[in-house]
Design a protein around this ligand. Sequence first.
Ligand code: GDP
Ligand code: ZN
Length: 305
Amino acid sequence: MSNNKDTQTGQAIVIATYSREMNLRLASGDVVRARIKGRKLKPVCGDRVQAQPLENEPEWLICAIDKRGNELTRPNLRGQIEVLAANIDFLCVVAASKPTADWFIVDRYLCSAELMHVDAAVVYNKSDLEHNIAETHAALADYSRIGYATLTSSAKTGENMDQLEAMLANKTSIIVGQSGVGKSSLINRLTGDSGQRTAVVSEGTGEGKHTTVNSVMLEIGNNGKVIDSPGVRDYAPVTQTNVEVISSFREIRETGQNCRFANCQHIKEPNCAVKEAVDSGDISRRRYESYRRLIVFSEQLARKR
Ligand code: GDP
Ligand code: ZN
């Protein structure tokens, strides 16, 4: 009766996932390993869950997932929706000089932020490496003029780490971007040498130790929390309809209100305010191209279903 495993079912947060095993942070602040009750339950990092201690075992059991505020999703190869993380306040997309920045991938992550109704920032890392500064600034300017925060950084030299920490203060952010752009290095910088990452990952109870970690939530300065997501080569949001694609490009969504047709797709309709804005330079031609590509992609995705 005296030990704290006799406590009732309580709320906890998923802070690391390893296929069917999770690390939970309990209300007390303790971190415990947990299994999942039933096959249908699929918790992800950031989920608030109901969990209870198992009798005579060090592990806990996740019994239910609380309603999610939002989800970061992507379609898998079969076109089904895969949830990467939940309950996120802010999305931080990292691009870099190496691997060469793919702004179309950055755009598609920003689309997901729009669909999740969270704000986002674009960070250009590895600024210490040689790169075309004019081109980088032009790309970042395309984002800042539509209201996204932008930052250049170097996890190597520490450039702008204070600004990055301030940007991520007092909320839960997910750090996304292509593999190799420096996401883990930036997060290591932000967590300092508290060894937190290692603590979270190696804590375990025998079974399941050193299975690959899918994603993990870490604490940084200024009351920020960051979720490190697994590396990807490519990314696309789950957009079910053209209306969703339109709403996921904030400048197209806004300018599109002035088109002649209320259901304008901004592709070949007459009196299209979006195409006019592209011609006049008010909307970035590259962003518009990104929009058209996503329209095509989401139509292909719809046919898979
Ligand atoms: P992730 O896949 O996005 O998590 O990228 P990593 O953090 O694993 O970094 C990939 C490689 O880039 C590693 O060899 C890092 O040392 C290197 N790297 C990360 N950030 C920087 C940076 O700002 N400058 C330089 N020159 N190298 C970096
Ligand atoms: Zn239009």
